[in-house]
Design a protein around this ligand. Structure first.
Ligand SMILES: [Ca+2]
Length: 303
């Protein structure tokens, strides 16, 4: 066998444990392995046949495979491709489908499957239109209300607020710009336009993960101005843009659902922040201002 005819078969390693360094390639005179085998650690390895590969082609192929192997780490987390849920206008059916994909609604700690929801209606009048505690929906300790132990934490330092006037307290123009999808209460971060939510096992401070997360946004005028990025630790495992609303309502919905609990945090990005006097892009302003309503997510379970 000559170098030019080397490589009748070339490894394609589908698991990161198989790198593409030359010692993993068949040596001259080796018995050519079958197309697919299980490795010693039971991972599937597939071989492809190549024809008359020159040394130059081999080097090129190795470079491509190195890139491929690098991307496989991400694929390991994404082994299940997430379901994307996205709608604007009449979002009710898509929201309901997302709920069903997650399972029954849980209202107390102790569940290991199903879903959680936050519609902000339980925020008391005394906490409206002012900074809401980051742990409001996962309080711990003997005094905590079980109904508020929902396992979600939003950024502790940010100024998150719930409002029953669509934030007329900040800007009177907001009252007609935004709407609540469920009930009368909406939610907004008025200090930052890029912020994470993370998960804890309900009623504890133990880090947790969920299978899916989605939310309702009011008044997305520009497609892509609101984005959800999904993370497993520091690794981004998904991203979805919230679609722009249509003429039938101000509502949009976007969510992702994996088959296993791999989401440890979600980063939300939107264009602007509600500030007194700042106009929405639909009113001639520079930024697409939005508020949020329903957060819907899988039961946070041990990561
Ligand atoms: Ca807007």
């Amino acid at each position: 066998m000559t170098p030019d005819s080397f490589g009748e078969y070339l490894y394609l390693a589908f698991e990161p444990s198989f790198t593409t360094t030359p010692h993993h390639l068949p040596h001259f005179g080796d018995t050519i392995p079958p197309y697919s085998v299980n490795s010693s650690d039971n991972k599937r390895v597939t071989f492809v046949k190549t024809l008359s590969m020159s040394t130059h082609q081999l080097i090129t192929a190795l470079a491509v495979l190195t890139l491929f192997a690098g991307s496989c780490k991400k694929d390991k987390i994404k082994a299940d491709t997430p379901q994307v849920f996205s709608a604007s206008g009449n979002i009710t059916a898509t929201v309901e489908n997302f709920r069903q994909s997650l399972g029954p609604l849980n209202t107390e700690p102790g569940a290991t499957s199903g879903r959680r929801e936050i519609t902000w209606e339980v925020v008391p009048d005394s906490l409206l239109d002012k900074k809401l505690p980051a742990q409001f929906f996962n309080q711990v300790g003997p005094e905590a209300k079980a109904s508020l132990q929902r396992g979600i934490i939003y950024e502790p330092l940010a100024d998150f607020r719930a409002s029953r006037t669509s934030f007329a307290s900040i800007d009177p123009a907001a009252a007609t710009e935004f709407a609540a999808f469920s009930g009368t209460t909406t939610f907004a971060n008025v200090s930052s336009n890029e912020w994470p939510v993370s998960f804890q096992r309900a009623g504890t401070t133990e880090a947790a993960a969920v299978t899916g997360f989605g939310l309702v946004v009011s008044d997305v005028d520009v497609a892509g101005s609101v984005q959800l990025e999904f993370f497993n630790g520091t690794e981004r495992i998904g991203v979805v843009a919230v679609p722009a609303h249509d003429n039938t309502s101000s509502f949009s919905f976007a969510g992702l659902k994996f088959s296993t609990p791999v989401i440890t945090s979600v980063k939300l990005t939107h264009q602007g922040i509600l500030v007194s006097g700042e106009k929405d892009i639909s009113q001639g302003g520079a930024n697409d201002l939005v508020v949020m309503d329903d957060f819907i997510y899988g039961e946070p379970i041990k990561n």
